[in-house]
Design a binder for this molecule. Sequence first.
Ligand SMILES: Cc1cc2nc3c(=O)[nH]c(=O)nc-3n(C[C@H](O)[C@H](O)[C@H](O)COP(=O)(O)OP(=O)(O)OC[C@H]3O[C@@H](n4cnc5c(N)ncnc54)[C@H](O)[C@@H]3O)c2cc1C
Ligand code: SF4
Ligand code: SF4
Length: 456
Amino acid sequence: MEQDRCSPSPRDSAQRNRQATAPAVAARPERLSDIVENGLCVGCGLCQAIAGKDRIEFVITPEGRERPVERRKISPDDWQRILRTCPGIRVEGASSELCGHDAESDRIWGPYHRVCLGHAADPDVRFRAASGGILTALAAYLVESGKVSFILQVRASPDRPVRTETVMSEDGASVVRSAGSRYGPATPLASIMDALDRDEPFAFVGKPCDVGALRLLAREDGRVARHCKAMLALVCGGAPEFRKTGDLLDELGLREDEISLLRYRGYGNPGRTRIETRDGRAFEKTYLEMWEEESQWCIQNRCKICPDAIGEVADVAAADYWPGGAPSGEDAGFNSMIARTPVGRDLLRDAEAAGAIRIVRELTMRDMDDTQPHQVRKKESVWARLAGMRAAGHLAPEVVNLRIRELARERPMAANLAQARGARARVRQGRMTEPHAMLPGVDGWSEKEDGAGLKG
Ligand SMILES: Cc1cc2nc3c(=O)[nH]c(=O)nc-3n(C[C@H](O)[C@H](O)[C@H](O)COP(=O)(O)OP(=O)(O)OC[C@H]3O[C@@H](n4cnc5c(N)ncnc54)[C@H](O)[C@@H]3O)c2cc1C
Ligand code: SF4
Ligand code: SF4
């Protein structure tokens, strides 16, 4: 596996070295910190929603990760529910009940009813959104047509635009204000109980791991199936740590409290990363300046071993559509989209009929391979990476019904061995572990260290 610039800071390394001498890792997590310290937490917020804010608090660690900390003892029942639903340790593909018996299935891309190319019909939505605005257009259609009362999603915080907050958008305009990709920590599921408590129909937009966790929660809490009418996912290359944003601000010599706008992309496809300050300055970076060098993505450990980054249990998964896998310039904005369930298939049909989205043409899964080559590589490598982690005695997520073993079997033994050895080496070097997440002012961590060194 690649050495990435983002993960090892001197402080991180020192803490990791201390951990390297710690007792062997448990085969099964015994407490919340086992999930975090084994590098499996992705910061979705679900554990906090289950156990309550009085028991689990979220912190941004000095390394730039948004992580849960057990402030008061989690009850045994809640701990069992967390074990059954946390996407860090359990990842499940779609059952035939969810995707329907008439769904087709692709070896890489999983179950689907339809795969097509399109964009939001409203040119303004298409322009503002991350790619072609399909997720925003579908969500806005659901809420404007009265099929749901609100959309649970994330957006840039209006008060602190560098941070990402969760919101329940109750009309189309509010959904459009949440358009765009947030390449930093986001905890959409921390608010899931508040959404369920409203006892109203809603839809959810999130990353594949967020949606996967919500599907698992549906088994625990009947309100999910009753109230959540659609789950929409973005296809995901990995969620960067806050450090990525912190580095950008450092490079530009900016403090967080100076910033009035931080847009990672959008306003074009892919659009530029744009930062505006309260005193009227503006800074921009192209998409390729931000993301061309994969070792500088600063993605979380869990993302490097993600068994489902393509939204296999979403109703609709939407992605970029760039032949070859990277933008060759700006375009008007397009999405590939995969309707995976009957709910997703009908949603695309109804939204198109209502004039909310435009479907340009049908695609094949080989078009998906061509436009998402990194997803194909990851899907084919994950099983060997997990095997390498386990061989080194490290905790690894339990993966069900995602074809990763079958995909590994199709690959040359040498390729699997290389992935497994890479993962084993990564574990042995302490690069899969994370330092203990601490509460500011409680565990001897100064408040100044909050926010991955972001000043302000
Ligand atoms: C971390 C990350 C990694 C990505 N990696 C890939 C990739 O490898 N390949 C690819 O094709 N596309 C990737 N994308 C998705 C891509 O940027 C677009 O979001 C996707 O194509 C949908 O486009 P859209 O125009 O329909 O989105 P929009 O209409 O702009 O809607 C985006 C929706 O996603 C939600 N959202 C944004 N950021 C987050 C977040 N961090 N967590 C939860 N929800 C969020 C917003 O609330 C909004 O509802 C990634 C996005 C993110 C945030
Ligand atoms: S992945 Fe989500 S549920 Fe699991 S420990 Fe992290 S925040 Fe909690
Ligand atoms: S790569 Fe996987 S674990 Fe990481 S944010 Fe994306 S869906 Fe979640």
